[in-house]
Design a binder for this molecule. Structure first.
Ligand code: NAD
Length: 97
């Protein structure tokens, strides 16, 4: 059974994927090379949870449970060490030739 999920890249795609998995009971490690990006991603997730609360689709307990399910990491090896499944959401690399 997939319980622990690692999401690599905390940008536009990564924060949304982490949010959905965490809201549905998975322990999510959100990984990025940038601490600032991880802070921005968590702020975005909190803002989006607040929107769901305002719409009445989730309660305060679910907000807290979702946030408690997410941890952040800048070290890739540590971040995926306990993952049952990982999802890479990184920028595409440019060809140099
Ligand atoms: N944004 C979309 O609507 C969308 C839709 C479909 C597919 N995609 C694809 O998904 C991927 C990610 O898109 P995005 O919009 O989330 O990009 P983004 O630029 O918002 O986020 C990418 C994140 O990856 C991080 N990163 C870069 N190299 C890393 C590394 N080695 N280890 C860990 N983190 C690293 C960056 O710091 C950044 O926070 C791209 O390949 C894009 O083409 C995006």
């Amino acid at each position: 059974m997939i319980k622990n999920v690692s999401v690599i890249g905390a940008g536009t795609m990564g924060n949304g994927i982490a949010h959905v998995f965490a809201q549905h009971g998975h322990a999510v490690t959100l990984i990025d090379i940038s601490t600032e990006q991880l802070e921005k991603a968590m702020a975005t997730i909190k803002k989006n949870l607040g929107r769901q609360f305002e719409k009445g689709t989730i309660g305060e307990v679910q907000i807290q449970e979702t946030l408690d399910n997410i941890s952040t990491e800048t070290d890739l090896a540590k971040g995926v060490s306990s993952a049952h499944w990982s999802w890479k959401r990184l920028p595409k690399m440019r060809q140099s030739n």
